[in-house]
Design a protein around this ligand. Structure first.
Ligand code: AMP
Length: 404
């Protein structure tokens, strides 16, 4: 089954075209990105399997036009991989916020769209963009089934005491203000893959998944279900990230707001775009750049990196306590999969768990590897995430089941 997976941002659209042979086996036919949608000059970058890369620079005014451009690239005589658009049997969308009602992946219909629209207040940076992608596909490929896969869904099993904020309860009742958590597709995928990889019984396991990338979050997965996670109402909470601040005393916000006379939007922008690794280092939001700066002895680059490591150790410790133990710790995401030094520094602080680190095995990047010694009481592993595959798997399952 050929499935187009879309991840729409406010001015970008990332895509992958997968040919799903069955749930676990697939061919990646093509992938690409449209950037700067709605700006003076946009760019489409497309790469088909075993084909020449295609780069198109031209104005692309909105997401509908972007989808048309992607479909043209997919069927392009030279760089394309499809004979006809009819070959695309379903479209799967990454949708950021499903709120408390959308607890699993679902076929797109009017009722689902109405629910996602309701969640726009909770995910103002992403949900409107995700909806634009859904509308655009409806317009361009009206008879192709669409499925929405939510970043929040996996975390909906958290107990009430984990997701409730200790503010007046009426805010939860009136505005649904609570912890939701994000990167759920990744945490779900890597926790299940890790259990299989280590031969653990998922129904009787305690796994901590560390998704460390430009955005980072950690989840506590007890018997296959999420019981806590570090992101909150929005993806701003938890660990220090590329440009997001992570957990801070809420008074910091109002203090700066008052001191500098900032509006709510300005302070939100500062916390989301100017903080995190970039804000602390003053150099870059990219982990690799900071590594290089730290090597040269830049104090603030070192500080930013130490803060991330400290945060990971902090949340892992908290989740070990919450689950009364842990069987396995998983590293994933751009940083988690590629940075051996960070993994070592985190695991150096976990010997209290009986974790015995395997330095040699840890010298790896971008592949699934156990990084603890066989006799280690608690296991640790690098497990590569693949959110697009999960979206394609869910899309196929839902579309085929409905067709039965
Ligand atoms: P993601 O958001 O998962 O794509 O991850 C992006 C982050 O991963 C950035 O901070 C990158 O610096 C980091 N990253 C990506 N590739 C590597 C690599 N080969 N080595 C170290 N860090 C990497």
């Amino acid at each position: 089954m050929i499935i187009l997976v879309l991840n729409c941002g406010s001015s970008s659209l990332k895509y992958q075209l997968l040919d799903m042979k069955n749930n676990d086996s697939y061919d990646l036919l093509a992938k690409g990105l449209v950037e700067r949608i709605g700006m003076e000059m946009s760019r489409l970058k497309h790469q088909g399997a075993d084909k020449e890369a295609l780069v198109v620079d031209r104005p692309i005014s909105d997401h509908t036009e972007a989808i048309r451009a992607v479909l043209e690239a997919l069927t392009d005589k030279k760089c394309g991989v499809l004979d006809s658009l009819e070959d695309i049997e379903a479209v799967g969308h990454r949708v950021l916020h499903g709120g408390a009602k959308l607890t699993a992946s679902k076929r797109v219909d009017d009722a689902l769209i109405a629910q996602v629209e309701k969640c726009c207040d909770l995910g103002p940076l992403h949900n409107p963009a995700n909806l634009k992608g859904i509308y655009a596909v409806r317009e361009v490929m009206p008879s192709t089934p669409q499925v929405a896969v939510f970043d929040t869904a996996f975390h909906q099993t958290m107990p009430d005491y984990a997701y409730t904020y200790a503010i007046p309860y009426r805010y939860y009742e009136q505005y649904d203000i609570r912890k939701y958590g994000f990167h759920g597709t990744s945490h779900r995928y890597v926790s299940a893959k890790a259990a299989r990889f280590a031969g653990l019984n998922m129904e009787d396991s305690r796994i901590i998944t560390c998704h460390l990338g430009n955005g980072s979050s950690i989840a506590a997965v007890y018997n296959g279900k999420c019981v806590d996670t570090s992101m909150g109402l929005t993806p701003l909470d938890g660990l220090i990230m590329g440009t997001r601040c992570g957990a801070i005393d809420p008074s910091v916000v109002t203090y700066i707001q008052k001191k500098e006379g900032l509006t709510a939007d300005q302070v939100e922008n500062m916390l989301n775009k100017e903080s995190g690794l970039l804000g602390v280092s003053g150099i870059s939001s990219d982990f690799r750049d900071l590594g290089q700066a730290a090597e040269k002895g830049e104090y603030r680059a070192k500080l930013a990196l130490k803060k991330l490591i400290h945060g990971i150790i902090h949340y892992v410790g908290a989740y070990v306590a919450e689950m009364n133990g842990v069987d396995m710790i998983v590293f994933t995401g751009g940083i988690g999969e590629n940075n051996a030094r960070l993994r070592r520094r985190v695991c150096d602080n976990l010997t209290y768990l009986g974790l015995q680190f395997d330095n040699e095995a840890n010298d790896c990047r971008g592949k699934d590897v156990m990084i603890t010694l066989p006799e280690s009481k608690v296991k640790a592993a690098v497990i590569c995430t693949n959110e697009e595959l999960v979206i394609a798997q869910d899309t196929m399952r839902i579309v085929l089941n409905e067709e039965l």
